[in-house]
Design a protein around this ligand. Structure first.
Ligand code: SF4
Ligand code: SF4
Length: 162
């Protein structure tokens, strides 16, 4: 027995897809939130003439960005780490949780895109690294891991030899 009035099959299918949508939990929203790893001195860049680089945090970083509303377009507004930009990477791999920052790059000359994996903390999460290596192998993606001054590439022969 059903309370639904007589519906055409098309109406029934629309109704069922609406019911399905209501039951599906919303995807979690990705946002930087409490993460400031890209400002903490694990990546390199310059803001209003102040350089930051591995070991030197951004001049404007206090507990959070002290000039957030006035932060420049480049690099601050343009930069989105891989975790923030792509659903591919699991939620648990947020940079401040695993001490790893993923950055998508492209070698335009050779038309090769790849992901740079930077260490972003005194220790990094081995589980995250294992996940990234497994993912790159499964999906034929190119990754360049930069840990402790060492660079290791995994991916196509052309990328590895780059
Ligand atoms: S590392 Fe990614 S998630 Fe963290 S603040 Fe930077 S862009 Fe946002
Ligand atoms: S200006 Fe703000 S957003 Fe830009 S790198 Fe510095 S702390 Fe981060």
């Amino acid at each position: 027995m059903t309370d639904d009035p007589k519906l055409t099959s098309r109406q029934q299918s629309v109704l069922e897809s609406m019911r399905g949508a209501i039951k599906t939990p919303p995807l979690p929203v990705r946002s930087c939130g409490d993460c400031a790893k890209c400002c903490e001195g694990w990546l390199s860049g310059s803001v209003y003439g102040h350089a930051f680089s591995p070991g030197t945090p951004c001049f404007f970083l206090e507990k959070t960005c002290s000039i957030y509303k006035d932060r420049p377009v480049d690099p601050c507004r343009h930069y989105r780490c891989g975790w923030l930009a792509e659903d591919t990477f699991p939620m648990w791999m947020k940079p401040n949780l695993v001490n790893v920052i993923i950055t998508k790059r492209e070698n335009k000359e050779r038309k090769i895109s790849y992901y740079v994996i930077d260490q972003a903390g005194d220790g990094f999460d081995q589980k995250a690294l294992n996940w990234l290596v497994g993912w790159a192998t499964r999906t034929n993606s190119n990754i360049e891991c930069c840990f402790g001054g060492e660079v290791k590439r995994i991916g196509s022969p052309e990328f590895v030899a780059m």
